[in-house]
Design a binder for this molecule. Structure first.
Ligand code: ADP
Ligand code: MG
Length: 719
């Protein structure tokens, strides 16, 4: 039975080296496969280019004639690069991306054609994408619509057109459509607030830089582990003698095989205009990180989705497998996707960047404090936005940090807020320097205190941006980015109204702003936490503060359906009630399926691999015990091992069959939320750890020669 394991190890350890030949300077090929503004400017007439640029920048609708011209230009450009097909590239609610390729070639006329209408809209016949009951089968029709704000690109021999996916009745069926609306909402609300300071601000753009963590292992070892293949994570595996306790992997030198793989996927990313810029080892063995420069959220999210695909394909070329799962290995760090987020005005001001001018710092404080307040007000929704079966293993599980939302801002800014809170009611006389009196004249322009680099906070201010770190490695950033931008839009709207109200009551503008901020600082204090977010004390402290610690996805998702959330989603036209409910159904269902798969894989492995292996080993021991006995030698030790093995076998059989019964019972539960909670409490919580414990014990007992599954130490120390 251990045959497959040793064959895989043999393959993995004797791979011929695959060298990657770089094509040279990045600037020579950067974005060469992208139909961006640069390409359009050279290929379109000046007036058409101006029109398209406006469509891209202002999000206006494109007219049919212009679309025809763009379609024809992009077709010629693509054909000249050997492209034969095009596809509307979209992000259904499965969490990945989808595409259906059509050829440009028209067999009727014998030439390549591409009309504006085919660029703008398409019907992917997508009746089997999850829709949470929005589209009944008789009208199982949705369409994809071109999103000009994210550039088209060539992937393989296909022209990919980023699109949104909606039903004919108008409901969003994808991840992108609501995010675009949330970005619009925050733009509107933030612009209004900025105009209180500077009338030249007419637009505020949300930016995102995604640090993507991942594990990487040899392809053959991956293929030999059914749990990795089926569930994306190992359900069994004893901790290796050396895990991450030495911290020797972090920022260490990159293993050569991985180095070639990295350069390979980076080069492809660069051709696709993905501004990948940093690479390094992460904390756990075989864990790494890649980060691009930040971009507009919409483009950054598309790029992250594309990057994950590029990496997976490049890994294939190097006989490797990339794991994006949030917790592929127990006992080692999980995998996140840190979402670095900021707001930048059309006048070039990053609203989260403290400035050297005291006056501008008031603007900074407005956005800074409102963000903290927004997170405080909608912490549960933010928590829900990152909820998934995979992320539950990374947040809120026994060896993982808690799922409590809190904001870290560092000691310098804590002082600033404390001072403002204390001094906010000071009267500022005419002619006095208000900023000095309130202590906001001395915010350092650059927050550079490295001791402030709190790595345990789920939501941290890092100098000129907020970093939402609780996002799962495998997730589409659009869900958290939708919520984050939406809650800030909601918060800024309330702020604006409050300031206007105070001004109408006769308060001077700046004082009205300061007094509103002061109120928010006080109200949202509980969400601010500067200590160790991974400690037990924090869990207690947070409870005292009244902060939620929602440990699992099925319950976390409830936050989308509260009155408060519904109203906010409706008010900003991001999602209506039907869409919200449908999305939760899809997420509960996906949760159930994921836990079900994990549970089945566990059952299969235990019954077909682990127990037979343990019995075979037991037989060996029995023979040995009998032999010893006939020779008159004490066989007590051997018998005690036999007893241990028997005990674990018994536990495993019992637990696995009980778990299967529990699944049978739950599958009859009609209500998806109830079923998801059942899978969480009565399948996962009740059985997973007990079963794993027994298997991992057997791994240590059974002869290494017989063990069927590739071990952690064999998977994780690839050179
Ligand atoms: P860290 O120390 O957390 O690794 P980095 O400076 O390396 O921080 O940045 C991490 C990510 O944050 C990168 O993708 C980077 O482009 C992005 N980033 C930097 N500044 C901003 C900003 N103003 N808005 C959004 N993302 C940003
Ligand atoms: Mg970071």
């Amino acid at each position: 039975m251990a045959h497959l394991r040793f064959k895989a190890l043999d393959l993995a350890n004797n791979r011929p080296k695959i060298n990657f030949e770089s094509k040279g300077k990045i600037s020579d090929f950067y974005a060469q496969d992208v139909f961006g503004l640069k390409q359009m400017q050279t290929l379109l007439s000046p007036d058409i280019f101006k029109k398209v640029k406006k469509v891209i920048e202002d999000g206006t609708k494109i007219d049919a004639d212009t679309a025809d011209v763009v379609a024809s230009a992009v077709k010629s450009w693509a054909l000249s690069k050997g492209v034969t097909h095009y596809t509307h590239w979209f992000q259904p609610l499965t969490g990945s991306t989808a595409e259906k390729h059509d050829t440009f070639f028209d067999a009727g006329s014998g030439i390549e054609r591409f009309k504006g209408s085919a660029l703008v809209q398409q019907e992917p016949d997508a009746s089997s994408f999850p829709n949470g009951g929005i589209r009944s089968t008789f009208e199982a029709r949705g369409y994809t619509a071109w999103d000009p704000s994210s550039p088209m690109f060539i992937y393989g021999a296909t022209l990919c057109i980023p699109t949104i996916f909606v039903s004919y009745t108008g409901e969003a069926l994808d991840n992108k459509a609501p995010m675009l609306k949330a970005i619009e909402a925050v733009d509107k609300a933030a612009t209004k607030v900025c105009q209180m300071f500077d009338k030249k601000v007419t637009r505020v753009k949300a930016s995102l830089g995604v640090e993507q963590e991942y594990f990487i292992i040899d392809k053959a070892l991956y293929a030999s582990r059914p749990d990795l293949v089926m569930a994306g994570r190992t359900v069994f595996g004893h901790n290796p003698a050396r895990g991450q306790q030495l911290d020797d992997h972090y920022f260490g030198s990159i293993p050569t095989r991985i180095y070639d793989f990295m350069r390979d996927f980076e080069e492809e990313s660069h051709r696709l205009g993905i501004p990948v810029s940093t690479r390094h080892n992460e904390v756990a063995p075989s864990q790494f990180e890649v980060a691009p420069l930040f971009e507009d959220i919409n483009v950054a999210t598309d790029h992250n989705q594309l990057l994950m695909d590029v990496m997976s394909r490049a890994a294939e070329r190097h006989n490797l497998k990339v794991l994006f799962h949030e917790k592929p290995f127990a006992g080692l760090n999980g995998t996140g996707k840190h979402n670095n987020w900021s707001l930048i005005t059309n006048t070039g001001v990053n609203l989260f960047q403290p400035s050297s001018s005291a006056r501008d710092n008031l603007l900074f404080l407005v956005f800074f404090v409102n963000t903290i307040k927004a997170v405080y007000e909608h912490a549960d929704l933010l928590r829900a936005s990152i909820a998934s079966a995979g992320n539950d293993h990374r947040l809120g599980a026994n060896e993982a940090p808690p799922a409590i939302m809190s904001v870290f801002i560092g000691s310098q800014l804590t002082n600033v807020l404390d001072e403002l809170e204390k001094k906010g009611n000071i009267k500022v006389e005419k002619g006095e320097n208000m900023y000095m009196k309130l202590g906001i004249d001395k915010i350092p322009r650059i927050i550079l205190d490295n001791t402030d680099r709190n790595r345990t906070s789920p939501f941290a201010f890092t100098g000129n941006k907020f970093e939402f770190r609780a996002v799962g490695g495998n997730e589409n950033s659009s869900s958290p980015m939708t919520v984050l931008n939406l809650i800030l839009a909601e918060q800024l709207t309330a702020f604006y109204e409050n300031v206007q109200k105070e001004m109408k009551g006769g308060t001077e503008k700046r004082m009205a702003i300061v007094s509103t901020l002061r109120k928010y600082i006080k109200e949202s204090k509980a969400i601010r936490f500067e200590g160790d977010g991974y400690s037990d004390e924090w869990v207690e402290e947070a409870e005292k503060r009244g902060l939620s610690n929602i440990k699992d996805t099925p319950r976390a998702l409830d936050a989308y359906l509260t009155d408060k959330s519904r109203k906010m989603f409706n008010r900003h036209k991001v999602l209506n009630d039907v869409e919200l409910e449908a999305r939760n159904e899809i997420r509960w269902e996906s949760y159930i399926m994921k836990i079900q798969i994990e549970s089945r894989v566990m059952g299969d492995l235990v019954l077909n691999h682990i127990i037979p292996t343990a019995i075979a080993y037991q037989n060996k021991l029995i023979k040995n015990a009998e032999g010893l006995k006939t020779l008159g030698i004490n066989n007590k030790e051997v018998i005690s091992i036999i007893e241990s093995v028997s005990g674990y076998i018994e536990t495993l059989r019992k637990e696995v069959y009980n778990m299967i019964d529990e699944r049978r019972r739950l599958n009859k539960e009609e209500d998806l939320r109830e079923r998801a909670i059942g899978y969480c409490d009565d399948v996962k919580a009740k059985y997973f750890d007990t079963i794993r414990y027994a298997v991992d014990k057997l791994e240590m007992l059974v002869d290494d020669e017989d063990w069927p599954l590739v071990k952690y130490r064999e998977m994780l120390f690839l050179r």
